[in-house]
Design a binder for this molecule. Structure first.
Ligand SMILES: *[C@@H]1O[C@H](CO)[C@@H](O)[C@H](O)[C@H]1NC(C)=O
Ligand SMILES: *[C@@H]1O[C@H](CO)[C@@H](O)[C@H](O)[C@H]1NC(C)=O
Length: 452
């Protein structure tokens, strides 16, 4: 393969393979969590592979602006990593970007935070403490403050005196990525009515927040902008590299004892009841009853976590045993490098329960790899998956299990349908879920906030 690959592509491939290899070693070791949505490779886009970043789309007006980003923590989870992506976009647009972390871990166990801080600094982003004179000054003097996640709301009272609050709140854009009940406490969100605007990842989540804040807390939130996320540049690069994809697919399948011909259905989430891996396995068992068991179909649960979820993990293994599925179900420990598993899979199962995902970035990531999605008809998934075109939706709860089972059967039996849906999903990503689309969408919001 060597000679045929131009130098630039070769370098790209080398870094991709590093991504792949990393998944099985070092990164798996520090892969602390796959958050409420999927987490991309932390080194990607942040450490930068010596490439000059092009100015991001739709953010040129941020040149020379002063932006303060407030992160509730700095870990390898979805929220902070997304804010890091924004930090890099703004920096590349020519803004001065200052970063503060509220719940910063010091001492033991802080290697990840230190590492991420280093990456931010390497990108020219300034680190400031979350408290004290310097911080207040930075916030008061800034053009824009982005508060990331509901929990970051604590920062307002813990850091700013009332007189400072009045100066800072009108330039705060509050970015929300969560939909769980325990975030609806005045402790976190009581200042929400006073900020310039709120930015939320999906219409479903925005509706939920509007309802909850009004009905539960009696507060009215300001203008809400729905901004669908996009794939990171690094994920897109991996998805666009057929050779890397091929090698990663081989590598992962070999390690899992799954052949290239077999059809692999993967769920890639943190393992918990809310993500519905139990119901996925039940649907898979039903599908196997129809298909018979030695047919070349596999279920892979990526995100396994015996330490964090011992009871649920035990329940999942029991389900597998009870249904005699040991030979066709694989568990993979949690990792924040999802690329190799996307490359190896044929279908993504997004089985999040209850209100579903806030957005569910793993779905657009899988679509970039031309995977059809079998998703629950809830939350952000309904805004990503076009039912019958880029995948199939089924109901949440056990009511959805028979439909998921028959969707599994249909996709297993019909490679052309898989290919067609994969292409349709890929096209949808090219049209609206790339990084440039996200940066354009964010740009429109920032512009409006700055003009207020
Ligand atoms: C919000 O409230 C309205 C009216 O109370 C209701 O029709 C709608 O379904 C609610 N939406 C969500 C997401 O809870
Ligand atoms: C997965 O994680 C468990 C601990 O939760 C560990 O014992 C096991 O060795 C890990 N497996 C792999 C393949 O890394």
């Amino acid at each position: 393969m060597g000679g045929a690959i131009p130098g630039k592509r070769k370098a790209g491939l080398r870094s991709l393979l590093k991504l792949g290899v990393a998944a099985f070693g070092f990164l798996a070791g520090i892969g602390l969590l796959v958050g409420s949505y999927s987490v991309r490779h932390p080194a990607a886009g942040i450490s930068g592979v010596d490439r000059r970043d092009a100015p991001p789309h739709g953010l040129h007006f941020m040149r020379g602006k002063n932006v303060v980003l407030v992160s509730h923590e700095l870990t390898l989870t979805g929220g902070p990593l997304l804010l890091m992506e924004l930090a890099v976009l703004l920096k590349n647009a020519g803004a001065t970007v200052q970063w503060m972390t509220i719940n910063k871990r010091d001492g033991a166990g802080s290697e990840v935070t230190d590492n991420l801080e280093q990456r931010l600094q390497n990108k020219g982003i300034l680190l400031v403490p979350a408290k004290g004179e310097e911080t207040v000054r930075a916030a008061v003097d800034s053009d824009l403050v982005v508060l990331n996640t509901a929990v970051a709301g604590k920062w307002i009272d813990s850091t700013l005196k009332e007189s400072d609050q009045q100066r800072v709140l009108p330039k705060v854009l509050w970015w929300i990525h969560e939909m769980r009940g325990h975030y609806f406490t005045l402790n976190y969100v009581k200042h929400m009515p006073e900020v310039a605007a709120v930015m939320i990842d999906s219409h479903a989540t925005a509706e939920y927040w509007k309802n909850r804040t009004q009905q539960r807390l009696g507060i009215k939130i300001p203008k809400v902008h729905v901004v669908h996320l996009g794939n990171s540049k690094d994920l897109t690069e991996a998805a666009e590299n057929p050779l890397a994809r091929h090698l990663l697919r081989q590598h992962v399948r070999e390690s899992l004892g799954i052949s290239d011909r077999d059809v692999m259905f993967s769920a890639i989430n943190s393992v918990s009841r809310g993500k519905g891996q139990d119901l996925f396995l039940k649907a898979f068992a039903q599908a196997l009853k129809t298909l018979g068991s030695s047919t070349g179909i596999y279920a892979v649960i990526v995100g396994s976590d015996w330490i964090g979820q011992p009871k649920f993990e035990a329940e999942l293994r029991e389900l597998v045993e009870k249904n005699g599925m040991q030979h066709v179900v694989r568990f993979v420990n949690k990792t924040m490098n999802v690329v190799p598993y996307l490359a190896a899979s044929d279908v993504l199962v997004q089985n999040s329960q209850a209100r579903g995902e806030c957005f569910g970035r793993i779905s657009i990531e899988a679509m970039a790899f031309k995977l059809p999605i079998l998703g629950t008809a809830a939350g952000g998934t309904t805004e990503i998956v076009v039912d019958g075109s880029t995948g199939f939706l089924h109901q949440v709860g056990k009511e959805g299990v028979p439909d998921l089972a028959s969707n599994i059967i249909n996709l297993f039996r019909d490679p052309k349908l898989r290919a067609r849906m994969g292409e349709a999903g890929y096209k949808r990503v090219q049209e609206q879920f790339l990084e440039q689309h996200m940066s354009e969408r964010i740009g429109r919001v920032l512009k409006e906030v700055l003009q207020q």
